[in-house]
Design a protein around this ligand. Structure first.
Ligand code: GRG
Length: 366
């Protein structure tokens, strides 16, 4: 994948010029994902993505720029850009389109994190105080909106089909969040709703990332569709793993306090399984302190002891194991989609990525 940035694509605005003048350090590709080190062109592409992201979030006004660049600088794995660049390798990769697509999806992801932290009143993100905590909700929403506007601007360079796909994906994120909000503290939340939530709020953007990669590479339609199916499946695995990590990890491991889903009334797959098991009553009792009561009072924090008790009930009910098994099934479906792709070393990298997502979750003890 040849990747010089054509002159006409380089930003010509005053803001971008000031940005370039102020940017001192050489940007590093930011992705520690397994499998991609075998593709130096992807590593180079990620470096271009990083540079383009920094340029996209830069605004000449220092206050605005500080807020719009805050989460980008805070870290992140860049899973979605890596997926775009890997997907692009299934065709005659047009590197600039792949970089633009990678930047657009990461900006949508970033913008959604700004909004998500306001909705969830989260104090931390990527191991730092969240934007809403550092400034306030209004700043977080507006800075997030700015990132989304840049995503549309950059996405528009990719043509109508890609622009429509990005717009639909943004709509899916919002829909997923709305279904989640409608089911907050719903101890009777249907599994069907859970699947709608995670497909919309997480899996769709991951699927769009690999699809856009295939499109940027001008891969055949069938290849693009199989890439998208792979993305949807690993997107589901990604969210189930994230849901499990909220129950089984430490703050150092996930960059935010564990158990937050329980306090926020987001009942994920292991919890829904537990509620429908013979341990359902015990679990309902343990969740009661975090559920809004008739008097409106509820605990807004969960202690390590309370979380450990809930986790034990879930282990006993086989709920952690159940959720891991479901994730494993989706991982296998992702592998089946990969097998339909042309034989290419990138298939191995995509397989490793799926395995890595699930391997972050500690295996159940019992
Ligand atoms: C207006 C775009 C917009 C959204 C409003 C808030 C919202 C609707 C949707 C929430 C979407 C969301 C935050 C889903 C969670 C996805 C998820 C698993 C995030 C964590 O992704 P990682 O692990 O994070 O890739 P890093 O920090 O590594 O980038």
């Amino acid at each position: 994948m040849r990747c010089a940035r054509p002159a006409e694509r380089r930003a010509t605005s005053l803001a971008a010029a000031i940005f370039r003048a102020h940017r001192g350090l050489r940007l590093e590709a930011r992705s520690t994902l397994p499998g991609i080190e075998a593709f130096p062109d992807v590593i180079r592409g990620l470096r271009h993505v990083e540079e383009a992201l920094e340029e996209a979030v830069f605004v000449a006004d220092p206050f605005i720029s500080e807020t719009t660049s805050y989460l980008l600088k805070a870290g992140g794995k860049r899973v979605r850009p890596a997926l775009v660049l890997l997907g692009a390798k299934f065709g005659e990769a047009n590197c600039q389109d792949a970089v633009d697509a990678a930047v657009a999806v990461e900006l949508i992801h970033l913008g959604s994190l700004y909004h998500d932290d306001v909705i969830d009143e989260s104090d931390t993100r990527r191991g730092l105080p969240s934007v809403n905590t550092n400034w306030n909700n209004t700043v977080a929403i507006l800075a997030g909106d700015y990132l989304l506007s840049k995503a549309s601007e950059i996405g528009a360079r990719l043509g109508r089909e890609a622009s429509e796909l990005l717009a639909r994906t943004l709509g899916a994120l919002v829909k997923g969040e709305l279904i989640e909000l409608a089911n907050a503290y719903n101890l009777k939340c249907e599994l069907d709703d859970y699947w709608k939530i995670i497909e919309n709020k997480t899996a769709t953007l991951i699927s769009t990332s690999v699809r856009l990669g295939g499109m940027a590479g001008r891969a055949p339609r069938e290849v693009i569709d199989n890439l998208a199916e792979y993305g949807l499946r690993i997107g589901i695995v990604f969210q189930v793993a994230d849901d499990l990590l909220d129950l089984t990890s430490t703050e150092e491991e996930i960059g935010k306090p564990p158990g937050i889903d329980l306090v926020e009334g987001t009942y994920t797959l292991p919890i829904l399984h537990g509620l429908n098991s013979s341990n359902g009553e015990a679990l309902r009792r343990l969740l009661t302190p975090f559920t809004p009561g008739a008097d409106g009072g509820k605990q807004s924090e969960i202690s390590p002891e309370q979380l450990a008790e809930i986790r034990n009930v879930l282990y006993e009910a086989g709920s952690i194991k159940f959720a891991l098994k479901v994730a494993q099934d989706h991982l296998e479906a992702a592998d089946r989609a990969l097998e339909k792709l042309p034989d290419h070393p990138v298939r191995e990298a995509l397989k490793s990525l799926g395995d890595y997502i699930l391997s972050r979750v500690p295996l159940p003890l019992g």
